[in-house]
Write a protein that binds this ligand. Structure first.
Ligand SMILES: *Cc1c(COP(=O)(O)O)cnc(C)c1O
Length: 422
C-alpha cells in the first residue's frame, strides 16, 4: 500500500489488517478481501454497496475483484420436492425437464389467460392452505379460514428485516376494525416464523410482541373472523418446504440497503406468492423479471435512506404527525397486548421513537397504503391468479443452476463434464 499510495497515510491506516485506532484488533473483512481471488456481491445492489461504501478502498486497489453473481435457489427442492402438485401442473403445461432448464418456464406465461388452468392453479394453492389450516387446528386448537389471504413472513428475526413493521400494519387493521364501522377488508391470516439469535434481546422481544398480539387478536370476537395471527417456532428448511407453497403474500420488507440478497423472496415467488417488498437485495431484480405490475412496491430506496440519515432523521416527528401510527404505538404502549403491562415492550417502542435505526416510521405510511392495494388486488381472484402464474413463469433467472453456472465461468474457471449414468 505504501508503494502504491506513498503519500496517503490515512488510506494505509484505513486498510491495515490491524485496526489501531483504539485497542488493536484484526479486521476480519479486510483479511478476507486480501485472501480471496474474488468477492461476490450476492445481488446487484449489494455489489454496488460493496464497491461504493463497505469495501471502497479495496475496490479502488483491485477494481476487478468485486463481482456480482445474484443468488439463486434450487428449483428441485423449492418446487419439485416441496410442491409436487404445482410441479406436475407446470409439467402438463410446458413439458418435461423444466426443473433442470428453468428457461422453459416462460412457456407457462400464456396459460395465465386460460380460465380452466387458473382454476387448477387456484385449487393447488387452496389445497396447501387447507392442509396447513387443519395442522393449525390440531396444534393450536383454533380455526383459520383457508379462503383468507395467507400473509407470510418467515426468516431470521432481525430488526432490519422489520417483522415489527408487519405487526404495526396488522395492529392498524385491528384498530380500524374496532373503530371504523365502515371499514372492510379481505380476511387475512398472518403467519410468522423464525428464530432469534440467543443473545439478541430485541429480536426476542419482537417474537414476544408477535405472540402477544396473536393472543389478543385470535380471541377477539369483533376481529377474529377477519384477522388471525400465527407464530411458528423453530422455523427451519423442513418447515419452509410446507410454508412457501401455501403463501399468497410474501413479505420482503427489509430497510433498503440492508438485505444482501434474500433467497426466501425467490422461494415464495417460485411457488406463486406475490411479493410486497422494498427495493432491497434481490427484490429489485425479482421485480424487474416478474414486472412492476406483479409486485407490490413500497418504501424508501437505498439512496433515499442514505440521504435521510445524512440530513437528520426524526422518527418522533413522524409519530406525532401520523395519527394512525400514533394510535397503533399507543395500543402497544398502554399495555393492550400485555395485560396492562406498560414496561414489557418499552425497550422496543423507545428504540423506535427515539432512534428507529431501521426507519420503520419513515416507511410506515407507504407500507400501509401498499397493503391497501394488496387487499384490493386479492379481492379480484382471477386477476390475482394471472399475476401469480406470470410471476412463476418469469422466475427462471433465480434458479441456482444459473448462479452456479456463473460461478463456474467467472470464478472457478471450470467447464461441465458429462456424468455417465449406470
Ligand atoms: C430460505 C430460508 C431462509 C432465508 O430467508 P430470507 O427471507 O431470504 O431471509 C431462512 N431460513 C430458512 C429455513 C430458509 O429456508
Amino acid at each position: 500500500m505504501r508503494l502504491r499510495f506513498p503519500m496517503d497515510n490515512q488510506r494505509v491506516a484505513d486498510m491495515s489488517l490491524i485496526d489501531e485506532t483504539g485497542e488493536r484488533y484484526v479486521r476480519m473483512a479486510g483479511l478476507a478481501c486480501v485472501g480471496s481471488s474474488h468477492i461476490n456481491g450476492v445481488a446487484r445492489l449489494h455489489t454496488q454497496l460493496l464497491k461504493d461504501q463497505v469495501l471502497k478502498d479495496y475496490h479502488c486497489l483491485w477494481p476487478d475483484k468485486i463481482i456480482n453473481i445474484t443468488n439463486g435457489v434450487t428449483p428441485r427442492r423449492w418446487m419439485g420436492v416441496s410442491n409436487p402438485k404445482l410441479t406436475a401442473l407446470i409439467t402438463e403445461a410446458v413439458g418435461e425437464d423444466w426443473l433442470n432448464n428453468m428457461e422453459k418456464l416462460s412457456d407457462l406465461e400464456p396459460f395465465a389467460d386460460d380460465a380452466s388452468f387458473r382454476e387448477k392453479w387456484y385449487q393447488i394453492k387452496r389445497g396447501h392452505k387447507e392442509q396447513v389450516a387443519s395442522l393449525i387446528l390440531k396444534r393450536f386448537g383454533f380455526v383459520v379460514d383457508p379462503d383468507s389471504m395467507f400473509d407470510v413472513q418467515v426468516k431470521r428475526i432481525h430488526e432490519y428485516k422489520r417483522q415489527h413493521l408487519n405487526i404495526l400494519h396488522l395492529i392498524s387493521l385491528y384498530w380500524r376494525l374496532k373503530n371504523e364501522p365502515d371499514f372492510d377488508m379481505v380476511p387475512r391470516t398472518f403467519i410468522f416464523g423464525g428464530k432469534a439469535a440467543p443473545g439478541y434481546f430485541m429480536a426476542k422481544l419482537i417474537i414476544k410482541l408477535i405472540t402477544s398480539v396473536a393472543e389478543v387478536l385470535n380471541s377477539d370476537p369483533v376481529t377474529r373472523d377477519k384477522l388471525k395471527v400465527i407464530f411458528r417456532p423453530n422455523y427451519n428448511v423442513t418447515i419452509g418446504q410446507i410454508v412457501y407453497p401455501m403463501a399468497d403474500l410474501s413479505e420482503q420488507i427489509s430497510l433498503a440497503g440492508k438485505e444482501a440478497s434474500g433467497t426466501g423472496n425467490m422461494k415464495f415467488a417460485m411457488n406463486g406468492a406475490l411479493t410486497i417488498g422494498t427495493l432491497d437485495g434481490a427484490n429489485i431484480e425479482i421485480r424487474e423479471e416478474v414486472g412492476a405490475e406483479n409486485f407490490f412496491l413500497f418504501g424508501l430506496t437505498a439512496p433515499q435512506v442514505f440521504e435521510l440519515k445524512q440530513s437528520g432523521y426524526h422518527p418522533l416527528d413522524i409519530y406525532h404527525s401520523n395519527d394512525r401510527l400514533h394510535a397503533v404505538i399507543d395500543l402497544i404502549e398502554f399495555g393492550h397486548f400485555s395485560h396492562g403491562d406498560r414496561n414489557l415492550f418499552k425497550p422496543l417502542l423507545d428504540s423506535l421513537k427515539f432512534n428507529d435505526e431501521y426507519m420503520l416510521f419513515a416507511d410506515f405510511q407507504s407500507y400501509i397504503d401498499c397493503q391497501q392495494k394488496v387487499n384490493a388486488a386479492y379481492a379480484d381472484k382471477e386477476k390475482w391468479l394471472k399475476k401469480s402464474i406470470k410471476t412463476v413463469a418469469r422466475m427462471a433467472r433465480f434458479s441456482s443452476d444459473r448462479s452456479i453456472r456463473e460461478y463456474c465461468g467467472r470464478i472457478w474457471q471450470i467447464k461441465p463434464v458429462e456424468v455417465l449414468s449406470g
